[in-house]
Write a protein that binds this ligand. Sequence first.
Ligand SMILES: [Zn+2]
Length: 331
Amino acid sequence: MLLKELTQLHGVSGYEREVKNYIKNIISEKVDEVIEDAIGNLIAIKKGNGDKKKKIMLSGHMDEIGLQVIKIEDNGMIMVKSLGCSWMFTTYQSRVRFRNGIYGVVESRIRPEKLETKFTELYVDIGLSSKKEVEKYIDIGDVAVYAGEYAKLPEDYIMAKAIDDRVGCYMMMETLLQEKDPYNDIYYVFSVQEEVGCRGSEVTANRIRPDIGVAVDVTPAHDRPGDLEGSNTLGKGVAIKISDTSVICDEYLIEKMITCCKEKKIDFQKEVIYVGGTDASSINMAGNGVKVAGISVVTRYTHGPNAIVCEKDIKEAIRLLKEFINLEFDI
Ligand SMILES: [Zn+2]
């Protein structure tokens, strides 16, 4: 199954090649043109048939949070930095996997209760006890992802690593495969390096100069006691982004989405968050400015190995995407 396979691929920010090749193989024959740019973005273009068609850029990022080796100590401890925002409480004691298939566990060189946010105290342990032995398998610059297998939970819930943002890639792929003849010109952008500052979508938006940009991504859940404040709830439908820390979405586009959901009976919720952002921010500021919106899937425990999402929310998000790319926009 597509989503299961997508979550298990190795794609730390800046090292998304495995994900890109997987997606490219499935979609290339189904679109009018495929572009791979210098920094690794994959752009799949499907021309529209509408009289008043617009250029719509959908952006879902291929990269995931990971660790990168900065030093190997004499006793075999592999010191790392985080690529993207890792949380201490999801990182410590997590199992990680390097690109060559070697597994390790994230440990601490100080008592774990003293860790707080001291990320530099973390190291990866692959079981070996000397630098010489470790260097046979691991080098400076190597990257590792969290190991978090895809698991079906009761009812229609799913748990896996890299839900952020393979679920976005999945929803865009499904839309592309199901909607063969859209009204608007659709630029399906599978972007790189979102987790380190939306770098991929920035150059892509400047290349495409779309009329409308939509980030297709996850948004953190607010329905557990340890979560931040907000209204995002699992199982309540697709989340329509209103604002986050780096973007305030276009009111006209939000209204179009909400009207569409009401007409087509698509379950939706409004998303307002005060930590985090998406590719919508960089698209918004590209060129002379672009109207942007966001279609999100509410996710518990994002940026860790055990993110949880609801399949129903994913289905509703795909339904909205399919409708949205066929709307006529008066802009
Ligand atoms: Zn994301």
